[in-house]
Design a protein around this ligand. Structure first.
Ligand SMILES: Cc1cc2nc3c(=O)[nH]c(=O)nc-3n(C[C@H](O)[C@H](O)[C@H](O)COP(=O)(O)O)c2cc1C
Length: 360
């Protein structure tokens, strides 16, 4: 292949990313000090992914307030004391030539779970064990989790402000890209879905109401950081009749473009416990392709496992970037391998000089 798209740079705002193969955000449940601060595991894990050749490393869901963590072991950017360790992380990723982004998140009614590690049993972590009461758009529980308290209308400005304050900290730490987590049943997605949002104020009801919190946050983060690329990850469908679906997602993307987002990453599901998700190779790519008919560049993600598959997604115009999760856990050097496989001119420059004798 002459010059595969996958390993050509992409520019968002004024930030050039060296290629279009990005690390999908993945919670590590590794903050054993429970203070939201990245330490050894995150530094070496994310450093390895940057060294492996990815264009952008998107740091896992990082809570904007302590009660917005999925589990007590999540990362957070809710106070200034957390910034220096994120700055060290950014330095390491940059040293490998990759860009670094952070997925700013509030887990809403899906917060306060046990860490999703191999002994994960599911369920809400009780307050006596370090959990906390959760909040959401309405007092509607997700599956077997504890029901959240419905947020008061007057509390919502505080949520927007928390996202802006965390964005400020990420930028102060040297992060290149910001992402809002509006997928997977967490706070923004639970506002978007008529299943979980039964509010009768301006933040519920029709799509304009259900999208209001995410749109206000997008606008506020954009206003605070005019030059910083802003990604929004959405669940483009719940795969359930009557839920937030692709038609609504297309309208949302049009609005997010007006609000200042630069790219939408098309994931799906996870606001409804038992949705019939058609899991299979590239199963979310058609969602990305549909959204790409709109005004914003789009990311494809989910069971993209070969170089040829990733390149075809870009070459057929179904997405502008490809995010990879689990395959990178199995092999952090996968981008280097794929660059060689696709005979990308960038392959040699991606290889750290110290590894020049490696046969990728
Ligand atoms: C261990 C693990 C943690 C994850 N954590 C997050 C997260 O923090 N934020 C998010 O949006 N998605 C998260 N995901 C979903 C991935 O980003 C990705 O969308 C999903 O795994 C599908 O891509 P893949 O088939 O390439 O793994 C996680 C997935 C895994 C496997």
């Amino acid at each position: 292949m002459a010059n595969p798209l996958l390993f050509r740079p992409i520019t968002l705002r004024d930030v050039e990313v060296r290629n279009r193969l990005w690390v999908s955000p993945m919670c590590q449940y590794s903050v054993t000090a429970l203070d939201g601060v990245p330490r050894d595991w995150h530094l070496q894990h994310l450093g390895a992914l940057a060294r492996g050749g990815a264009g952008l490393v998107m740091v896992e869901a990082t809570a904007v307030v302590p009660e917005g963590r999925i589990s007590p072991r999540d990362l957070g950017l809710w106070e200034d004391a957390q910034v220096p360790s994120f700055a060290r992380l950014a330095e390491i990723v940059h040293a490998h030539g990759a860009r670094i982004g952070v997925q700013l998140a509030h887990a809403g009614r899906k917060a306060s779970t046990y860490p999703w590690l191999p002994d994960f049993t599911g369920g809400t972590q009780p307050e006596a064990e370090g959990g906390w009461p959760t909040v959401g758009p309405s007092a509607v529980a997700f599956g077997e989790l504890a029901a959240p308290r419905a947020l008061e209308t007057t509390e919502l400005a505080g949520i927007v402000a928390a996202f802006v304050a965390s964005a400020n900290r990420a930028v102060a730490a040297g992060f290149d890209v910001l992402e809002l987590h509006a997928a997977h049943g967490y706070l923004f997605h639970s506002f978007l879905s008529p299943f979980s949002n039964q509010r009768d104020d301006a933040y519920g009801g029709d799509l304009a109401g259900r999208a209001r919190l995410l749109r206000e946050t997008t606008r506020a983060v954009r206003a605070a950081h005019p030059a910083v690329p802003l990604v929004v990850r959405i669940s483009a469908t719940e795969w359930v009749e009557g839920g937030f679906d692709l038609t609504e997602a297309r309208q949302l993307v049009a609005w997010l473009a007006e609000d200042g987002a630069d790219l939408v990453d098309a994931s799906s599901a996870a606001n409804i416990l038992k949705a019939p998700i058609p899991v299979g190779p590239g199963y979310q790519v058609p969602l990305a392709a549909a959204l790409r008919e709109g005004p914003l560049p789009v990311g494809a993600v989910g069971m993209i496992t070969t170089a040829a598959q990733a390149e075809t997604i870009l070459a057929t115009g179904q997405a502008d970037i490809v995010s990879i999760g689990r395959p990178l856990l199995a092999d952090p050097h996968l981008p280097l391998r794929w660059a060689r496989e696709l005979r990308a001119p960038a392959a040699e420059s991606l290889l750290p000089p110290q590894y020049h004798r490696a046969q990728f």
